[in-house]
Design a protein around this ligand. Structure first.
Ligand SMILES: Nc1ncnc2c1ncn2[C@@H]1O[C@H](COP(=O)(O)OP(=O)(O)OP(=O)(O)O)[C@@H](O)[C@H]1O
Ligand SMILES: [Mg+2]
Length: 430
């Protein structure tokens, strides 16, 4: 079995039970138990990973011979395997966002003291997140949970990441699946550098003069912009009070998604939350409710903005996109239409136009078993370990990439997600 086809040492099958889909991995008992517990811990600590359901032991085949236990996890809805996402014809920008998602995931697991041990693309699942991606950990078999990780342990994970990812990128390249403009070595170096930058921002010590107290606020704002909350900030002053030293002690991911769920009950990815909150803020301004209670405005926004957009989608197109992603797409679409029309197009009109001109062309992603077009169908839709049907040589058509010719640079919220240097500049300036 070729590596890019998601090499797995174990048999993994997807099983549909009623409306739920589960992933079932056959694996020896102590590993099944170990992975089950770790996935439980990761879920408890709010770290993006697949959700464990249970371990089935004492299994026998039809002849009464013993079988390995099965670890059951919930199939991660709307998740996309990396092979479809790094394929030819995918914009560099998309690859950058995938790389960032991977970096954020690695930093997040390290923040909670989780040593992954097997960082790789095939052990990661990606979900769309308002133009970016959110990465989820899918394979915790080799993981260890500690109170905190030492630098040596993090370096260990980075070394493994480098080796595995380099191999995976080279394999994509050999299979003609990696855009020619992309170089495996540079990709791997980018991941490592961005990880180091993010880690420094999340945990690094900053020292400044007593006259620059605003730098405490700036640090917190930068972390918020990266999607993290500072739960505890260590601040020390020297004897004379002239030098201040700050270091974030506890940072929690999900700054925007926590706020959104508190206000609206919507449970979304971080960038989706950021997008929806921006829309909520502009709704508040438009309806002149700056001084009204935030939760009341949020409820209005939910019933007058968010829900009508979802209602515009015919039932049979419902499995194309997650609700928050759909709303984000409609906002993008409205921006595009408004630019063309030279005036603000109403949301409902944009939603209807989006459904008729874009949505019906998109692949179903609720259960990307067959995958998006770039990936080609799985050889066996319920058995990912069998890999994909063979590709032909033609350039795959990806309606997502195709629909993305909108002038990105002019987008109101265009940003380099992990461009920490730019972020520093912006926070200073603003
Ligand atoms: N809950 C899930 N939701 C979606 N896809 C899943 C899920 N669990 C497993 N998969 C798919 O199955 C593949 C293999 O799963 P996993 O990595 O856990 O097993 P494995 O590769 O056999 O383990 P190892 O890496 O130790 O060899 C994953 O890459 C992923 O594509
Ligand atoms: Mg694996």
């Amino acid at each position: 079995m070729a590596l890019p086809r998601g090499i797995s040492r174990h048999v993994v099958r997807f099983v549909r039970v009623g409306t739920e889909v589960y992933a079932i991995k056959e694996v020896i008992e102590h590993l099944a138990m170990h992975e089950y517990r770790l996935l439980r811990d990761l879920n408890r600590l709010d770290t993006p990973s697949v959700e464990p359901v249970g371990v089935v032991t004492s299994r026998f085949d039809a002849d009464g011979d013993p079988l390995d236990p099965a670890l059951i996890t919930k199939h991660l809805q709307f998740s996309l395997p990396y092979r479809s996402l790094f394929s030819r014809g995918v914009r560099q920008d998309t690859v950058n966002r995938l790389v960032d998602a991977m970096v954020v995931l690695l930093a997040r697991v390290h923040l909670i003291g989780f040593l992954w041990g097997d960082v790789s693309l095939s052990n990661t699942l990606f979900r769309r997140d308002a133009g970016a991606f959110a990465a989820y950990l899918v394979d915790a078999e080799t993981g260890e949970l500690h109170d905190t990780l030492t630098n040596g342990q993090r370096e260990h994970d980075l070394t493994i990441a480098r080796t595995n990812l380099y191999g995976e990128f080279c394999d994509l390249e050999a299979g003609g699946l990696l855009d020619e403009a992309l170089d495996p070595l540079i990709l791997v170096e980018t991941i490592e550098n961005r990880y180091r930058e993010l880690w420094a921002e999340l945990t690094g010590v900053e020292e400044f003069d007593g006259s620059e107290m605003h730098r405490i606020e700036s640090r917190v704002r930068r972390l918020n912009a990266l999607g993290f909350d500072v739960a505890e900030l260590d601040i020390t002053t020297d004897f004379a009070g002239s030098t201040i030293r700050i270091q974030p002690k506890v940072v929690d991911a999900g700054h925007h998604s926590r706020r959104l769920i508190r206000l609206t009950g919507l449970d979304t990815e971080e960038n989706q939350a950021r997008r929806l909150l921006n829309d909520l803020d502009s709704f508040r301004a438009r309806t002149d409710q700056q001084n009204a209670d935030e939760s009341i405005v949020a409820h209005q926004w939910l019933t007058e903005q968010f829900e009508p957009v979802l209602a515009a989608v015919p039932r049979e197109l419902g499995s194309k996109l997650e609700p928050a992603e759909l709303f984000h797409e409609v906002l993008e679409h409205r921006w595009f239409l408004s630019e063309q029309a030279g005036h603000e197009v109403p949301l409902r009109e944009a939603a209807e136009s989006y459904v008729t001109t874009v949505l019906h062309r998109l692949p179903d992603e609720a259960l990307a078993l067959g995958g998006v077009d770039t990936m080609g169908p799985l050889a066996n839709p319920y058995d990912p370990s069998q890999g994909f049907e063979d590709d032909d040589d033609s350039k795959p058509y990806d309606p997502w990439e195709d629909g993305a010719q909108a002038p990105d640079a002019d987008e109101p919220d265009a940003r380099e997600y992990l461009d920490i240097a730019a972020l520093r500049g912006k926070v200073k300036g603003g």
